[in-house]
Ligand binder design. Structure first.
Ligand SMILES: Nc1ncnc2c1ncn2[C@@H]1O[C@H](COP(=O)(O)OP(=O)(O)OP(=O)(O)O)[C@@H](O)[C@H]1O
Ligand SMILES: [Mg+2]
Length: 336
């Protein structure tokens, strides 16, 4: 395979990020599809626009869940559409380099491979662990023997990776991410304000108001359906209520990071204690989350710049540097 002509793909639950080798051609598209009676109505951002505004007979869904493909058919439709859109303005390429969760099973790996192959008629697919791509994005010399720890808090998952010698030696994918926090906010608003709001509204509350430890006392007006009257109603939701509602999920995530750290071999644990943990992913943008994690874990936490794009930035680095090719692998199609 001509390694130099690969595209980079970060198949996120929330956003599919595509880049050509130069990084000049890029596409960020919502990982969503709208279907009415078996017919595709919209894909990507257009489907996202319809989400929670759709008529009863239109189903708007995300083909991925918990970091893996939940509906292969829908994923294929979304991906072939997105790739086609991308290749209209990017140079033709001979293959794809795709980031996957570390402990994805061979069956799930096969699902990724099949979807890519079917949607693009290519067998040239290389896989890379998400954690490795994140580490490469900030210039960590991953192939050396020192240990590193990366936590990527995305939309539907938190990927915890301990890296040593160019490999993920411990990887765990938690089903906690931005969407879990959005669900916490929906529940809180229903209980405290008797208001039914959608996940989209909850997401804006989270992104605009949520903080850990100290944050500004702000509020935001939201519209919903009053749980008692069943009529549309608006209310002002304070940042403190939003922030308190997500603490339990954030603490569960931190608890898992602590548990993974506890399983790390002593020498590697020493490296991590010295270097600290790298934090990335869109949901890491919650105000003061890195400081909160630092306090809870008693380890230095470094927040990666532009955290939503760290995985795709790492993939680009890898496809542009031959010496990093060993970090990728062909999908293991015969393991089961
Ligand atoms: N300012 C912000 N504060 C908190 N969360 C944010 C902010 N901006 C975006 N997010 C959240 O980040 C998430 C998207 O992050 P990201 O792009 O890393 O996810 P993804 O890669 O698509 O998902 P995954 O890695 O879980 O498959 C969404 O849940 C979004 O609400
Ligand atoms: Mg991601």
């Amino acid at each position: 395979m001509i390694f130099s002509s690969l595209y980079g793909v970060d198949l996120g639950t929330d956003t599919i990020k595509l880049r050509d080798k130069t990084g000049q051609h890029f596409l960020d598209s919502k990982n969503m599809i709208a279907i009415r009676r078996g017919r595709v109505l919209a894909i990507g951002s257009d489907a996202w626009e319809m989400y929670e505004r759709n008529p009863m007979d239109v189903e708007v869904s995300c083909p991925m869940s918990g970091g893996v493909i939940a509906s292969a058919t829908n994923m294929e439709l979304v991906l072939s559409y997105t790739l086609k859109k991308f290749t209209t303005f990017a140079k033709k390429s001979s293959g794809l380099c795709l980031a996957v969760p570390t402990n994805v099973t061979p069956v799930q790996q096969r699902a990724f491979f099949n979807v890519l192959r079917d949607s693009r008629q290519t067998s040239r697919v290389r896989l890379i662990d998400k954690g490795i791509a994140d580490a490469v994005s900030i210039g960590i010399p991953v192939q050396e023997g020192k240990g590193h720890m990366i936590v990527n808090v995305g939309a539907d998952t938190t990927e915890i990776s301990v890296i040593c010698g160019g490999r993920v030696i411990i990887g765990q994918t938690l089903k906690i991410g931005g969407k879990s926090l959005d669900a916490d906010i929906v529940t809180m608003v229903r209980r405290k304000f008797n208001l039914n709001i959608g996940m989209k509204t909850a997401e804006t509350l989270k992104n605009n108001l949520a903080f850990m430890i100290n944050g500004p006392r702000l509020e935001q007006k939201v519209f919903g359906i009053h749980t008692l009257s069943g009529l549309p109603k608006s209310d002002m939701i304070p940042s403190l209520a939003v922030s308190v509602s997500i603490v339990e999920s954030v603490d569960r995530m931190i608890e898992q990071v602590r548990a993974v750290y506890g399983r790390v071999p002593p020498q590697v644990a020493g490296d991590i204690a010295e270097e600290g943990i790298f934090l990335t992913g869109g949901t890491s943008m919650i105000l003061n989350l890195p400081i909160y994690m630092q306090k809870e874990l008693g380890l230095p936490i470094y927040h990666i710049t532009d955290p939503r794009n760290s995985t795709i930035r790492g993939i680009l680095e890898i496809i542009n540097h031959k010496e990093l090719k060993a970090l990728t692998r062909a999908p293991s199609l015969y393991e089961y």
